[in-house]
Design a binder for this molecule. Structure first.
Ligand SMILES: [Zn+2]
Length: 322
């Protein structure tokens, strides 16, 4: 499913703050914020005054009367430094708030903002060399069977967070996921941003998806991944009230943006840590070909690093279904 969350990619963010920076500079020039300084005892600026660019001619005139015109270059330089600093700080802050909080060590894994034991997980235990592959937005008829074929060949079990509407269209593929030993999680009925809905509608989105899954595989998932990873206190309460668990991710491939196989691999292989949850997609998005192409090499690369592939259920040692 298409994702419209604002400024999701690094390139977009960089362009955005680059444009903000250019606008600031243009604005400053337009407003003549570049200032000059007149030191004159002869004219009306007895102790010196700051004048604007278009008054330079006047400044020259004051000079002739015994004053001194000084270009205050530092005003301009300070402004540039200030604008750069603002852009960098804003960009960094945006990055911090826009990205998932990823536990970087075993110690901070259960701190506030990271895992909430028994309720919400960004990652599994750091003790064992295990990783969990997860695929969102399916099932669909093109990518999902290809991914299932690769996982079968490589003997890897993964976790699929499926959309209720997609399940209605491809129940046979959901059935196949279950039969081949993969775990199925709830990715809501229609993939809406749950933080924009009231509690009643959040519950409907989750319950309706659970119902569609149960119709096909006869089991109701406990794992919920809110679309885009967006959740709020209201969403959390609804999820937790029915013995469900929120599963987010540790490594985001951003495969839905159309990255090629090499880039996808480079976003995973050098960054893997024990207990990490990887986010990929299998939805009806033509751009995820690179992700599917990279999958066999990701699996081989991680196996070579000594990692074992597990489902979310095994990673967290938790029941996947009610
Ligand atoms: Zn999704």
């Amino acid at each position: 499913m298409g994702r419209l969350n604002f400024l999701h990619t690094d390139i977009l963010r960089l362009s955005f703050f680059g444009i903000v920076f250019i606008i600031l500079i243009t604005y400053s020039l337009a407003k003549r914020i570049i200032t000059f300084h007149v030191v004159s005892s002869a004219a009306r600026c007895k102790r010196g005054c700051t004048i604007f660019y278009n008054q330079w001619a006047e400044c020259k005139l004051y000079s002739e009367l015994g004053g001194d015109c000084v270009r205050k270059k530092w005003v301009f330089i300070s402004f540039i430094i200030f604008a750069i600093a603002c852009s960098v700080l804003t960009y960094n802050n945006f990055q911090r708030s826009g990205k998932p909080l990823i536990p970087s060590s075993k110690d901070n894994r259960f701190e506030r903002g990271h895992n909430v034991p028994g309720k919400l997980y960004w990652a599994g235990s750091a003790q064992d060399k295990m990783v969990a592959l997860t695929f969102d937005d399916g099932p669909e008829s093109n990518w999902t069977p290809k991914i299932l074929d690769i996982l079968k060949t490589k003997n890897v079990k993964a976790t699929f967070f499926v959309i209720g509407q997609q399940v209605q269209q491809h129940p046979d593929i959901l059935q196949r996921m279950d039969e081949e030993g993969h775990i199925i999680g709830n990715h809501t009925f229609s993939h809406r941003d749950l933080t924009k809905l009231d509690a009643e509608h959040v519950e409907q989105e989750i319950d309706n998806c659970a119902l569609e899954i149960q119709k096909v595989i006869g089991k109701e998932p406990r794992f919920v991944r809110p679309p885009f990873g967006f959740h709020s206190a209201i969403v959390d309460d609804v999820v937790y009230s029915k013995d469900r668990i929120i599963i987010l991710w540790s490594l985001d491939t951003k495969d839905w943006t159309g990255l090629d196989a090499e880039t996808i691999k480079s976003r995973i292989l050098p960054h893997m840590q024990n207990g990490y949850i990887v986010l990929q997609h299998d939805g009806s998005n033509p751009k995820i070909g690179g992700s599917v192409q990279a999958l066999p090499e990701i699996i081989d690369g991680l196996k070579a690093q000594g990692y074992t592939f597990v489902t979310i259920s095994e990673l967290l040692d938790t029941q996947p279904y009610k």
